[in-house]
Design a protein around this ligand. Structure first.
Ligand code: 4AD
Ligand code: MG
Length: 434
């Protein structure tokens, strides 16, 4: 029973399937037998259906073989679709034939194991209903981003992952030997996207970014998907409006297309439908005042970490922009604010309910002297940025952009405790396998 002619579990639940003979194949969720009848729960990509098999119909040999299939073993089934109120979803497939494709060994994952064990067995754990639902939503979110960006006439481009300089600051870059010279895994595609706006004006890339941060927090992974957008002719107001438009649109689309998975994971789709622009804004200086009033030991110049961001968003139901950070806190390429030179025209979008930063955005500095000043201040070698500075010498125009951490967004969207559960094979300081 291999080859064409297989249906899907979903099609077994269609209105006119009852009474027809179908062939299905998939993996065993669980099985039991009693009184010469075998009950299998069969899973494929489209759902779960009960399959029953009678010893007197299958024959002893086939029945015994099917009975010994382990959880997550693989089988093919041929049988008649029937309504049965006792079966999950009210349907079952009464098997005429069950072919064991792989009986399997005892499945090592079951309830009450440690999180570490499950992470060691991640290649198998990704079959759990929770992770299946998670990655269906993730795919839908990525699709929604691409559809939105396509409508906005933003061109998808493919920047390199191997780079010769560390764009977001050297300390957190993964360095490796590139034929005798230092190479770095990309922390951001931004500098390359800035180069690509001259020919294309509006570009985006969805690429992995790498951060060698030792931080063991529920919101840091060392490899994450960065959705980065760069827009020529864009000022600060237009930048924030673009982010709002995109964020609201994809929340609504995902709520529309994946309501069951969202509800299953603990995020009622109505909550995503309720996301509305404009998002409230708060300036860094005002945030500091508010945090001081709440007893946080912070002052102008303090970097705001998870707990500060949490305090700023815990009671919120809409995302919120935190803007106008001190220049020294932020990357060298950010535009000095015209109205307050101590600050940059930058904004972080903080997820509501305490989730914190999801987007990092800024207008870009266009003046070479300002860029050099900041590069020297952070102790970077301007020579390695020469190609980037060149962009300011040939058709230098105002522009802005942002990076959205896809897993950060999903962590909020799916109310996940830990960001690692938004990516199939999470990379953290203590783990890069399986
Ligand atoms: O704020 P970041 O560092 O900004 C940049 O990389 C800019 N160059 C982007 C741009 O303007 N093109 O990173 C962007 C986003 C953050 O807001 C956060 O959501 C996510 O990437 N991020 C991480 N996600 C998971 N684990 C980490 N260690 C992350 N570091 C950043
Ligand atoms: Mg940031």
């Amino acid at each position: 029973m291999t080859g064409p002619g297989y249906g899907t579990v979903a099609s077994a639940f269609s209105r006119d399937a009852v009474g027809t003979t179908m062939r299905l194949r998939g993996w065993l969720l669980r099985s039991r037998s009693s009184g010469g009848i075998l009950f299998l729960l069969l899973r494929d990509r489209t759902g779960i259906v009960q399959v029953t098999g009678r010893r007197d119909e299958l024959g002893d040999e086939a029945f015994d073989a099917a009975e010994h299939v382990q959880v997550e073993g693989a089988v093919a089934v041929e049988g008649v679709v029937a309504d049965d109120p006792r079966a999950p979803g009210g349907r079952e497939v009464r098997a005429r034939r069950i072919t064991v494709l792989d009986a399997g060994e005892p499945f090592p994952i079951f309830a009450e194991q440690t999180e570490e064990f499950r992470l060691d067995k991640r290649h198998l754990a990704i079959r759990s209903q929770e992770l299946v639902a998670t990655f269906r939503v993730k795919a839908e979110l990525l699709r929604a981003f691409r559809e939105f960006l396509d409508r906005e006439e933003v061109l998808e481009v493919t920047p390199p992952i191997i780079t010769g300089n560390a764009a977001e600051g050297g300390a957190e870059a993964f360095q490796f030997d590139y034929f005798g010279r230092p190479g770095y895994l990309s922390q951001t595609a931004q500098l390359y996207l800035e180069a690509m706006i001259a020919p294309h004006e509006r570009v985006y890339a969805l690429t992995p970014s790498f951060r060698a941060e030792k931080s063991r927090t529920p919101r840091h992974i060392t490899e994450f998907l960065n959705l980065e957008i760069e827009l020529a002719w864009c000022d600060f107001e237009e930048l924030l409006a673009f982010i709002e438009r995109m964020f609201v649109d994809v929340c609504h689309v995902v709520a529309e297309r994946r309501p069951a998975e969202l509800a299953f994971l603990g995020r009622p789709p109505e909550e995503l439908r309720a996301v509305r622009a404009p998002f409230p804004r708060i300036r860094y200086a005002e945030a500091i005042d508010r945090l001081v009033a709440q007893g946080f030991p912070v002052a102008w110049g303090s970097d705001l970490g998870s707990s500060e961001e949490r305090a700023l968003t815990l009671e919120e139901h809409q995302p919120r922009f935190l803007t106008h950070f001190p220049r020294e806190l932020k990357a060298f390429y950010m535009l000095q604010s015209p109205d307050d030179p101590r600050t940059v025209e930058a904004a972080d979008l903080l997820g509501p309910e305490g989730y914190g930063e999801i987007v990092g955005a800024s207008c870009r500095e266009t003046r070479v002297d300002k860029l050099l000043e900041r590069l020297r201040a952070i102790g970077a070698d301007p020579a390695t940025y020469e190609w980037y500075l060149d962009l300011r010498r040939h058709g230098n125009v105002p522009h802005a952009g942002f990076g959205l951490g896809v897993e950060r967004m999903l962590r909020w969207m799916l109310r996940r405790e830990h960001i690692r559960d938004t990516t199939p094979f999470p990379r953290t300081p203590s783990r890069h396998t399986p």
